[in-house]
Design a protein around this ligand. Structure first.
Ligand SMILES: [Fe+2]
Ligand SMILES: [Fe+2]
Length: 170
């Protein structure tokens, strides 16, 4: 089974390739769907499954590590607020502001994901805990609540790739 950090890294790759975010004209339906995936699926898996396992592990520098995780969570709030504002500015007809802030949103998001890959995910392999084993299945429960079809659309994963990564057998 792929491990959860590997799955999140694959999602980061899909996000990095979502260059349509910065292109014109603004597609509010696609952007809203992307925001929904980001908030209720990708970030949810990180904050509800991945980070709690990491934060409860006794790394030698656990205190400092937890501070890093808190900063990453603060980024999530900032990124979400910016996405919500972009949707609001679009609804209000402020196309200039939307055009100006879209590249900033994309840049912040891609840099944020890179920070997770540098500062957090390499630790995943060092953790010995029973929760690691159930983490991929727990992530799948969040993906199912979000919508498996929507997840495949957001990540570009085919059904067979998804079934292999998550070891879905039925
Ligand atoms: Fe994140
Ligand atoms: Fe992430």
């Amino acid at each position: 089974m792929a491990d959860l950090a590997e799955i999140l890294i694959l999602e980061h790759l899909a996000i990095k390739n979502a260059k349509w975010i910065t292109s014109e004209p603004f597609d509010s339906g696609t952007f809203t769907a992307f925001h929904s995936y980001l908030k209720t699926c990708h970030i949810e898996v990180e904050e509800k499954i991945c980070f709690p396992i990491m934060e409860s592990y006794s790394f030698p520098d656990a205190g400092k590590f937890r501070e890093r995780v808190e900063r990453i969570k603060a980024d999530h709030k900032l990124i979400d607020t910016l996405a919500v504002n972009i949707i609001r500015w679009d609804e209000a007809g402020d196309a200039d502001l939307v055009a100006k802030r879209k590249p900033l949103f994309f840049k912040l998001l891609v840099e944020h994901n890179t920070t997770e890959e540098v500062d957090l995910f390499p630790r995943w392999d060092e953790i010995e805990s029973v929760e690691i084993r159930s983490s991929v299945n727990d992530a799948m429960s969040i993906i199912e609540s979000f919508g498996v079809k929507e997840y495949m659309k957001a990540t570009g994963l085919s059904e067979s790739a998804l079934r292999y990564l998550f070891r879905i057998r039925n």
